[in-house]
Unconditional design. Sequence first.
Lengths: 284, 311
Amino acid sequence: MVRRAFTMATVLTVPLVVGMTQATPATASIPNGSQITQSQGFDACVDPSESQMSAFWSGSPYWWLGTYIGGSSMACSQPNLSATWLGDEYNAGWRFQYIWVGPQPPCTTYTSRFSSNTSTAFTQGQNEAISAVNTLINNLGVANPATSTALVYDLDAAPSSCQAATNSFISGWDYQLSLYPAQESGVYGGVCTSSLQSYANISHVPVFIWGGLWDGNRSTKNLWDSVDNCGVTSGSWVYSQRLKQWKGPHNETWNGVTLNVDDDCANSWINPNNIAGADSACTA
Amino acid sequence: MKNPRSPVWGLCRNALLGVLILVSAACGAPTSQIAERGAVPWIDTPGVAAQLAAVVAAKRSCRAQDLQVTVGPSGAYLGRATQELTIHNAAPDACFIPTPPTLAAVRGNGQRVPVASDPMLDLGGLPGTETGLASEKDAHVLIGVPATCPNVGSPDISTTMTLTLLTQEVFTVSGTRLDLECGNPTLLIFDLRGSPAATGPQSLLRASLLLPSSAAPGQVFVYFVALSNPSTQTFPLTPCPSYTQVFGVGNPVRQTLLLNCAGAVGVAPHSSTTFEMRMAIPVNAERGVTKLGWQLDIPGGAFAGSAVTVT
């Protein structure tokens, strides 16, 4: 047997053992992340409670949660979201994909919208990035300096009639996240309705893309909607830079707990590091 | 693999107690398995898994006076502009609300626009059924309208919604915001929020795992669970709770056993008690990284999970 020491971050009433690993203590802050994961996850409008998360761990194929952390357009209130919740779920094995839902494009009917002026929209994108990073570090306990943390902007719909402003806004989001403490910027949206392909050619291209395409196929390689003939082309975001929401809202039950969830696959950054559960169907 | 209930295994199990001992290959467990000094030994006593939340036994329909409706944020979800509502049953007993709820957005001119159920979405409850809402429990509602259409710019803002109850009373909700310019509202989410409240001091316990990073098919996997007590009072572990351990994904191995409460006086304040755990890994366990989940079977019971590599 190989004897090796390991670090216990908490003081237990029992002595150290060898050859074993221990989960991070409940009081730990969440480390930043910089690794690619290729596993299944899910997201829900309301970040689930601790007992719901526990029920969805055991036996399920899910390793990470798309986690809403804030923004002026976050649709659901989040009674469970806190640094304690995040730390507890991290210790329970879960990993996270952080989602920020700020202002939406100006040519929509959303309550909170960014400017149609491209210069203003760029600045607003920067400001949203600053708010999101501050929320992660100051409110949710993600380790400081929290570099390389994947942060996704939820762009729910992006009509072509205001694409220039939207491109500028996303460019500002990405540019700001590239500054210290630099993060990994992403954009979530419907592959067609949010015009995701447009962001492959802006001045500051998002590091990764998270496309909603409810085709029942986990493969992140396919972000092209063959029915509407639109989406993300095969040549964009090709270096483990994709997530896919492959199944839309549905009720799913694990261990007696039912949640309304979307199913996701990752071949991209998820926070924090040391993620497990590689699923070849996500990358096929 | 060795049968954990066999006499041979029992001898080996006893050898684990008290001191740091390597479990020898003769016991049928890999040499990478070790014991932890001071850990409460495992016992092979079946337990009873936690009961699922019972279906709420409501005996009457909700009345307007029973309910409180809170207006949540207006936001963006699934490509729609949304309005969140929370329906709270403030009555001392459970009552029914229709599923899906009969909602309408009220235009400025007083016209009521019904909130339809989106056929693309699985709302859980079947149309025309009823949902029992327990006392002091919430139902979570998210309503959406299309957020895009040609020539956006003529807002049609609704700031009031109505909820028609099974009693035919109409509950009016003010302070909502839905712009009907691009289409009529649909129901995106309707569910009962939250989970059974934690009851009893054991729900305050926290669990952490101490485990080998890998397991082998056919192996009796030995690991440890530390139950820590952040409070100032000892938790006596009475009545003795069960725990459930789940190994694998998709078609996992699941086992519910009693804690060895006879081996522990409880969990002292600001301290922890460590319990030995064992689980037989199926000989046909798929190789690769999989999951281990451990849960104390009480409402809100401590949970811990980890990744384990089957080698």
